[in-house]
Design a protein around this ligand. Structure first.
Ligand SMILES: NC(=O)C1=CN([C@@H]2O[C@H](COP(=O)(O)OP(=O)(O)OC[C@H]3O[C@@H](n4cnc5c(N)ncnc54)[C@H](OP(=O)(O)O)[C@@H]3O)[C@@H](O)[C@H]2O)[C@@H](O)CC1
Ligand SMILES: Nc1ncnc2c1ncn2[C@@H]1O[C@H](COP(=O)(O)OP(=O)(O)O)[C@@H](O)[C@H]1O
Ligand SMILES: [K+]
Length: 465
């Protein structure tokens, strides 16, 4: 649905890459290549059905005229409807090279195949009501619709919906754009394909790819494979889920620490601490590779005491759920005072409580949060954004929506801790955890209970060996 491990560029970064490339390669050649890629995909899906190509006033329209010309030359029945006169030199040239008729968008009637080349990365404002309704009708009336670069009406950098139709597939040119993976874009783009049009692309932002996991070596033992401690408190089930996930994702040793820690897995070691003050002793074990705090922690005085005891250790931390809510706007101050690394796994509400609601796209906000907290952030949701303080971003889209059930976030915290304990690099641990989470959900099918995901994790791991 989204090409894995593909670079993501904002509209501005894409323009900069294009401009650099056009110093050596004529723009018209690049547009020909873009049009050829679109024509190739359209022909593949069309299987001989009649086509309607929509061309806007900018270079997205230029691509559309190229595709129309090539498809017609290949024998397809193609009609073109345009919105306004071409406004760029390249689009004008491609309009002139198109030898068929061009009607107004307002005269267009649905045809089985729709190619949407109205607007791409140059969309600068919401679509007017007229074209928006027309475009929606033409897309609904088509049996298959293909958007050039983006469905027209999606804001490139945020995925905000300014009136875009829902299309069957989108062919991203040169690089993914944030809108292919974020917000409304998730539902509007359909299957996303990536076309190489010769423009070299470099980016610190990528779509999530399947990670590699190392199997234990011949001489590994439970401690060398990594030890995870999970703090249990107000809602023990949440801590149990995190511990179970950690034990199934490669950790060598998992310990549940709390007043009455219980586990359904006998291999998970339970350690009782009567009061928050005793936690420091329980955590003094230098073999502990990472502590998970937050799942089911609660937010009362005792929970606060437990969290402070955890923060006072020198262990790497995975902070989730109630730990995030307790830290609130003070999170960065607390974390900067520590020397060991931290991972924060907020859902949208927790993220707002930690870092406020302002600040651009989900990617921009997560990057700013990672820099502020000097931590790796996994900003969860249907579009999960991982960011680290060095500016790296990974976006995971199209995980199973059945994950929207209580307890799945606790599991993710446990998965992440296992990967940290196993020695993964900070970003890789987050990528691997998010990937395993989605893979376990894919394997679990519909309507699962969070507990059932734990049994799927080893199979998800096996896909990465
Ligand atoms: N550079 C290249 O050679 C290559 C670029 N490539 C292709 O170019 C695309 C980017 O092209 P682009 O920058 O020309 O912008 P594009 O998306 O066509 O739209 C701009 C036009 O739309 C107008 N407009 C905007 N919003 C509007 C609205 N709501 N309602 C009405 N009008 C609106 C806007 O008007 P203005 O804002 O100026 O008033 C302007 O006229 C990119 O996605 C890819 O497909 C590839 O071929 C590779 C080579
Ligand atoms: N619609 C959805 N599509 C894909 N993943 C989702 C969706 N809704 C939730 N998730 C994932 O499920 C998990 C839910 O976490 P969270 O809200 O913390 O749940 P809990 O606190 O109950 O464990 C996150 O990993 C999130 O990314
Ligand atoms: K488009």
């Amino acid at each position: 649905m989204i090409p894995p491990g593909a670079p993501i560029l904002t509209a501005e970064a894409m323009r900069a890459a294009e401009d650099a490339h056009f110093r050596g390669v004529p723009q018209l050649d690049v547009m020909e290549r873009a049009g050829a890629a679109i024509a190739r995909e359209a022909a593949r899906f069309a299987t001989g059905r009649d086509m309607l190509v929509l061309a806007g006033p900018g270079n997205n329209g230029g691509d559309a005229f190229v595709a129309a010309r090539l498809l017609k030359a290949a024998g397809h029945d193609v009609t073109v409807a345009a919105m306004g006169e071409p406004q760029t030199p390249a689009a004008r040239t491609m309009f002139e090279r198109w030898e068929g008729a061009t009607s107004s968008l307002y005269e267009a009637r649905p045809r089985p195949i729709l190619i949407d080349g109205l607007f791409g990365t140059g969309m600068s404002r919401a679509l007017d009501r007229g074209p928006r309704a027309l475009l929606a009708d033409l897309a609904k009336g088509a049996e298959f619709s293909l958007a050039i670069d983006l469905p027209s009406g999606l804001e490139t950098d945020s995925g905000a919906d300014y009136g875009a139709p829902r299309v069957s597939a989108t062919i991203a040119l040169a690089a993914l754009k944030p809108a292919h993976l974020l917000g409304a874009g998730l539902e509007k783009c359909g299957h996303v394909l990536l076309a190489d049009i010769g423009i070299p692309v470099e980016s610190a932002w990528h779509s999530l790819a399947r990670p590699r996991i190392e199997a234990p070596g011949a001489f590994d033992h439970k401690y060398s494979r990594g030890m995870v401690a999970v703090i249990e408190n107000a809602m023990p089930g949440a801590a149990r889920l995190a511990a179970g996930a950690a034990a199934s994702a490669g950790a060598g040793y998992v310990m549940l620490i709390g007043t009455d820690p219980a586990s359904r897995v006998d291999a998970i070691v339970r350690k009782s601490v009567a009061a928050a003050e005793d936690l420091a002793d329980a955590l003094a074990d230098p073999r502990i590779g990472v502590v998970v705090v937050g799942p089911g922690l609660g937010r009362d005085r005792r929970a606060e005491g437990l969290l402070k005891a955890v923060l006072a250790t020198s262990h790497p931390l995975v902070l989730d759920g109630d730990a995030l809510s307790l830290l609130g706007r003070n999170a960065a101050r607390w974390l900067q005072a520590r020397t060991a690394p931290s991972w924060l796994t907020p859902h949208g509400g927790e993220f707002d409580r930690l870092f406020g609601e302002a600040g651009g796209s989900k990617i921009d906000r997560t990057l700013a949060a990672a820099a502020e907290a000097q931590a790796t952030i996994v900003h969860k949701g249907a579009d999960t954004v991982i960011a680290d303080p060095r500016g790296a971003v990974r976006v995971a889209a199209h995980a199973s929506p059945w994950l929207s059930t209580a307890g799945t976030g606790d599991l993710l915290a446990g998965l992440l801790a296992a990967r940290v304990a196993c020695g993964d690099d900070a970003l890789v641990a987050a990528e691997t955890a998010v990937w395993l989470h989605a893979a376990a959900a894919r394997r679990a099918g519909p309507a699962f209970v969070a507990d059932a995901l734990i049994g799927q994790i080893p199979q998800a791991v096996s896909e990465c060996l």
